[in-house]
Design a protein around this ligand. Structure first.
Ligand code: HPA
Ligand code: ZN
Length: 336
């Protein structure tokens, strides 16, 4: 069996994917037409040509602009279903999906629109594709903590359908410490906690995410490798890192995929996982991230199996579901 077929057939979970970042240019144009919104681009090709980024902020500027075509619950449902179809085609069976409510409420949409549409898409994906999912509400870190508290308050009627909260957007200059109180309140509300840290920000931000936010997973975490004590701590705690290789390439976190630290992370004993981050913007969905990285850094089939197992072990599924998925991977690996 080819490596591509082997990895496609491996059950996988995706733990780091921003649903607004799965908006393909074709759907962007379709939603702009449906909602009578003018786009600053003439064609799908012109949109794709604009996706040349030299850092995180370059990307975020265009990502927030693209999200403006999302206006109705149906738009969010269609967006989610388009992603789930790609995930299912890649052999993904479970996703823990980020959304950025403030990106939508700040342009006048009621809080209910994005979340109701996404929940409808998640239910449809489970019915039609057998793909399960959970929702993670991200606070935008370039805004202040009061705005995050207002978002947590707005989310109250949906708390039983939100698995956790995260922290995304512009990292440098917006350390985790800025959000310690709202993460404490989110934990008290029964939510799991994750945060982007160590993508562009220094190892100190990863320490803060651990010590001040008390996160259950670190999103990205690449720069942790600059600090040996931090690396030891992450290994000792079995902390999951949601690594996004093609994102790292597109945002110039690495110069070259061959220089990506994923293999080194596994060698060090870190619980790394592979994820697509913003697949419509970064040139690949889940399977592409596995395969292109495997080719660039030379991952063995055993390492690819470990990555898939890590994706379930680090998920927010319950222990019985995790064990069942890991047993399924073991059976698949033994048979192939
Ligand atoms: N990093 C930080 N914030 C984000 C990203 C990312 O890769 N994608 C969407 N928001
Ligand atoms: Zn991200």
């Amino acid at each position: 069996m080819s490596l591509a077929d082997f990895v496609r057939g491996l059950p996988k979970a995706e733990l780091h994917m921003h649903i607004e970042g799965s908006l393909e240019p074709e759907l962007m144009f379709a939603l702009a037409a449906r909602n009578r919104i003018d786009l600053p681009f003439k064609s799908v090709e012109a949109v794709r040509a604009a996706y040349a980024f030299s850092n995180l902020q370059d990307f975020l500027d265009i990502y927030y602009q693209g999200a403006q075509v999302l206006q109705t619950e149906a738009d969010f449902q269609d967006l989610a279903m388009a992603y789930f179809r790609r995930l299912a085609a890649d052999g993904g069976v479970h996703a823990e999906m980020f959304f950025d409510p403030q990106t939508h409420t700040d342009r006048g949409l009621p809080f209910s629109v994005a979340i109701n549409g996404l929940l409808a898409g998640m239910a449809q994906a489970e019915r039609e594709l057998g793909v399960t999912s959970k929702l993670i509400l991200c606070y935008l870190r370039h805004l202040d903590e009061d705005a995050a508290f207002a978002t947590l308050k707005a989310a109250e009627p949906w708390l039983d359908r939100i698995a956790g909260v995260g922290l995304d957007s512009s990292e440098v200059g917006h350390p985790p410490s800025k959000f310690a109180r709202v993460f404490e309140a989110s934990r008290a509300a029964g939510l799991k906690l994750v945060a982007h840290a160590g993508e562009e920000g220094p190892p100190a931000y990863v320490w803060e995410a651990l010590d001040l936010l008390k996160v259950d997973r670190i999103d990205h975490g690449n720069r942790s490798l600059e600090d040996a004590r931090l690396t030891e701590r992450l290994v000792a705690e079995g902390m999951t890192l949601t690594v996004c290789p093609l994102s790292n390439l597109k945002l110039c976190v690495v110069d070259d995929l061959a220089a990506h630290p994923l293999k080194r992370m596994l060698d060090l004993g870190l619980k790394a996982t592979v994820n697509s981050d913003d697949p419509a913007y970064f040139g690949g969905y889940l399977l592409d991230n596995y395969l292109r990285t495997a080719e660039a850094v030379g991952l063995t089939r055993a390492e690819l199996v470990t990555l898939a197992k890590n994706s379930f072990a680090g998920s927010f599924l319950d222990d019985a579901d995790k064990a069942a998925r890991i047993a399924q991977i073991d059976a698949y690996a033994a048979a192939n």
